[in-house]
Design a binder for this molecule. Structure first.
Ligand SMILES: Cc1cc2nc3c(=O)[nH]c(=O)nc-3n(C[C@H](O)[C@H](O)[C@H](O)COP(=O)(O)OP(=O)(O)OC[C@H]3O[C@@H](n4cnc5c(N)ncnc54)[C@H](O)[C@@H]3O)c2cc1C
Length: 410
């Protein structure tokens, strides 16, 4: 069985950032990737997707965007190309086409089995993605036959869907972008809205992410927030990668997208929506106001305010057998795919329990999860700081192991 000091699982931006940081400390390692470098950006993104983060925020250890359009937004294809170049420039030791099938504790470290070979290493970094498996609620099982279900990971473009009306479930980044695209393609779109994070594309003449970055909001650390479990579950921001264009519920509603409450159930083919739409919209407006207050306090003066979300009367039920809806898009989030992890670090929902990416199993680390160590941990821009700190911890663990070995040898 080949051995190395660290096995990194996944060659997305997080795995590559870890590789770069470990290489800087001369820690011998390998990056195991089931597809190609940046597999998620090649296989799980719709055709029109652009990053919602501006190009200048595409920063990784030893890499910063130097192109001609710092305020633009990379397409998924451009992200994949950028990460492939980054892996080459870093000489990252990536083994592509290598799917990890099990990780177990063994011999004071970990045995990592793949469909190609097996590895032994004292340390393992799980960089296999927070958004690997679409999280579709169990009630999807009650969708009547004849209505097509699709997730954002499988959706490519409007032409792929059968004609007719579309019900989009979820109004976070993926949901509003797909509702917008499908509506523009000429389809009647209904959008089921639960808790969401309203965000203007620009504020005080600049991209909102410029303000969040400059005011330090994205750098807020995981040990500084009052309710970390809640902070880690906050939905993604309602943003689209298109300069100056805000796609919020007001924009969608006035364009003709029908807004309804959160999907609460499907009974006898009828989708039932919660009556909470006015409340969740009021809460999102309130939270946006608080965020803008934070920015204003940092800027030292008050900026503009946005009109409250307009909530028109919304139906509480929609008969999915009537033919009005031909497709449901489940923009209900994602979860990691860790069925192969046989180390007792999972909670009852199958999530890795960790303290800023450090698990209770010595030498086992995690990167790329929401609010892992900072508010921006799930963004490309969050990987540099997280990878540097986890590398520091991992190096300390290796030093402790070496010290123990020396003491037992003497
Ligand atoms: C729709 C969408 C839009 C996003 N937009 C933005 C944005 O605008 N800006 C931004 O900063 N962030 C954005 N993100 C968030 C984030 O940057 C991406 O989710 C990013 O892909 C996460 O990087 P990662 O390296 O953690 O995981 P991934 O990029 O998912 O990389 C994980 C890798 O692990 C591999 N892998 C998984 N399981 C195994 C296994 N068993 N064996 C071997 N390899 C395995 C996968 O093939 C994959 O290549 C977006 C996310 C999504 C889902």
């Amino acid at each position: 069985m080949p051995s190395t000091t660290t096995v990194i699982i996944g060659a997305g931006h997080c795995g590559l950032a870890m590789s770069r940081c470990l290489a800087a400390r001369s820690v011998d390692h390998v990056v195991l990737e089931r597809g190609e470098v940046a597999n998620s950006w090649r296989t799980q993104r719709w055709d029109s997707l652009r990053l919602l983060t501006p190009n200048w925020m595409t920063r990784l250890p030893g890499y910063a965007y130097r192109g001609a359009d710092p305020d633009g937004y990379l397409s998924a294809r451009q992200v994949a190309a950028m990460l492939a170049d980054y892996a080459d420039a870093s000489a990252a030791p990536v083994l592509t086409g290598t799917t990890v099938t099990s990780v177990r504790a063994a011999g004071g470290g970990y045995a990592v089995r793949t469909d190609q070979s097996s590895w032994h290493a004292p340390t393992v970094v799980l960089a296999c993605g927070a958004a690997t498996v679409p999280a579709v609620p169990a009630l999807a099982g009650a969708v009547p036959a004849g209505v097509t279900s699709v997730t954002p990971a499988a959706y490519r473009n409007p032409g792929q869907l059968p004609g007719g009306g579309v019900l989009v479930i979820g109004a976070s980044a993926s949901g509003i972008q797909l509702a917008d695209e499908l509506h523009r393609s000429g389809r009647p779109v209904t959008l089921a809205v639960g808790e969401h994070v309203r965000m203007p594309r620009t504020y005080r003449g600049r991209d909102i992410l410029w303000w969040l970055d400059a005011a330090g909001v994205l750098d807020q650390r995981y040990d500084e927030v009052d309710d970390l479990a809640r902070a880690r579950n906050v939905p993604s921001m309602q943003l689209v990668g298109s300069a100056g264009r805000t796609v919020d519920l007001n924009a969608l509603g006035s364009a003709g997208v029908r807004l309804v409450g959160r999907l609460a159930g499907i009974v006898d083919g009828v989708a039932q929506f919660s009556g909470s739409l006015p409340n969740v919209c009021a809460l999102a407006d309130l939270k946006l106001g608080r965020l803008l207050n934070t920015i204003d306090a940092w800027a030292g003066s008050a900026g503009e305010r946005f009109a409250p979300t307009v909530v028109r009367s919304a139906p509480l039920g929609l008969d999915l057998r009537s033919g009005e809806i031909s497709t449901i898009v489940w923009a209900t989030g994602y979860r990691p795919g860790l069925s192969w992890l046989h180390v007792p670090v999972l909670d009852r929902k199958g999530r890795v329990i960790h303290d800023g990416g450090v698990t209770a199993s010595p030498g086992l680390y995690l990167i790329g999860m929401p609010f892992l160590r900072r508010r921006k941990s799930s963004l490309i821009d969050g990987a540099a700081g997280d990878a540097a700190e986890l590398t520091g911890h991992l190096a300390g663990h290796l030093d402790a192991l070496a010290g123990r070995r020396m003491r037992s040898a003497s």
